[in-house]
Design a protein around this ligand. Structure first.
Ligand SMILES: *Cc1c(COP(=O)(O)O)cnc(C)c1O
Length: 366
């Protein structure tokens, strides 16, 4: 039995899904984002639970992530947010629906769809309303419509865009501009197409902060996993992933002795260190080292001493009543992730997705 596990609480996931659904108007579809191994939380287990709860759509970043869901018996439609031209054949084979974000990609997908003699294959068109990451700039509608009218191999299932700063109310004006820009693009497209695809623009913070951006569907990622990008919102959600380990060994450190590689920590007073089987190979980055990060033992914070090793960290337990074999929490239930993320100069998204596949996922509360 591995000492270090990432416990995935599917009852917490269900709570978060239902909470987020309660925040959108009735009838609006829910798309669950399960890219990056379900934000580190076992995409297939997460997707199966969400499918049983009636989710309408899934999104992944890359085709292979969609294939993994299909191999896990997921039958709900799957949008691939960042498909690569080389994976179109595989996508068609597994019924994965591409985001077509440029003329290069749309032309290539039409060619693949024609070669397979497809009819009305569902595709999604993305507009770049300010993020400058993927998508057609507003103003391309007429050209796009021309391209789309050349073929019946594909059909536009949705039109979408992505918000830049939906969690930041100081950027409210910018977000409202993005919403109206998207509305405009969508209107021109709908007029030209003669039918109405699904419209969607909101991510989790969009759901929580901008009801005017709900359109026909919302896309939620981080919220499903328990985080709302601000403490007030976090309070309504439950952490799905809890990273747990144990104390392997405790050392008494004398004044002047060092702990870990390169003697990065030198004891100025008598100390006790706890060695924990979790290192940078597990996704605990070196940024956690030298007191920036901490673990939680018996309800108390134990700062990381010295450098993070590949397979271990040492934590300061001088002031903590604990013994070898005791449980260690890194983040999740009982050890709030946003607070730790802030401390190590990161965000919840990065810490969750960083946990490597060496760490066993243990599903609870199916
Ligand atoms: C990752 C992603 C999301 C999910 O965002 P959250 O902030 O995790 O809810 C939604 N839409 C797109 C296009 C994404 O890339």
């Amino acid at each position: 039995m591995a000492a270090t596990v990432l416990e995935i609480d599917l009852a917490a996931l269900a709570h978060n899904f239902n909470y987020l659904k309660s925040k959108v108007k009735p009838g609006i579809k829910m798309l669950a984002v399960t890219k990056a191994f379900g934000y580190g939380s076992d995409a297939v287990a997460v997707a199966r639970k969400l499918e049983s709860l009636g989710v309408d759509y899934f999104a992944v970043a890359y085709a292979e992530e969609g294939v993994a869901l299909r191999n896990g018996d997921i039958i709900t439609p799957i949008l691939v947010l960042h498909p690569q031209i080389g994976s179109f054949e595989m996508m068609i084979e597994y019924c994965l629906e591409p985001n077509l974000y440029s003329y290069r990609v749309i032309d290539a997908f039409i060619a693949s769809a024609k070669a397979k003699q497809l009819h009305n294959y569902p595709v999604h068109i993305k507009f770049n309303t300010g993020l400058n990451r993927l998508g057609f700039k507003p103003g391309n509608e007429d050209n796009l419509l021309k391209v789309l009218k050349t073929t019946e191999a594909i059909k536009v299932k949705s039109l979408f865009s992505h918000l830049v700063a939906s969690e930041d109310l100081d950027e409210k004006e910018f977000t409202l501009k993005q919403i109206s820009t998207f509305k405009n693009c969508a209107k021109k497209m709908i007029d030209g197409l003669g039918y109405t695809p699904i419209l969607h623009q909101s991510n989790t913070s969009g759901i929580l902060n901008f009801p005017e951006a709900q359109f026909d569907m919302v896309r939620t990622g981080i919220g499903l996993y328990g985080y709302g990008n601000d403490p007030e919102k976090d309070a309504k959600l439950l952490p799905v992933a809890t990273l747990k380990s144990v104390i392997s060994q405790i050392h008494d450190i004398k004044v002047g002795e060092s702990v870990g590689y390169n003697r990065a920590h030198i004891a100025k007073k008598p100390e006790r260190s706890a060695t924990i089987p979790l290192g940078h190979a597990d996704g605990i980055s070196r940024e956690y080292g030298n007191g920036s990060g901490y673990v939680t033992i018996n309800g108390k914070k134990a700062p990381i001493l010295g450098n993070v090793c590949m397979d271990m960290v040492m934590a300061d337990v001088t002031e903590i009543d604990c013994e070898e074999g005791d449980e260690v929490l890194v983040f999740g239930k009982g050890a709030p992730l946003p607070e730790l993320a802030k401390k190590v100069g990161s965000i919840s998204y990065e810490l969750l997705t960083a946990i490597s596949q060496r760490v066993k996922r243990k599903i609870i509360n199916r």
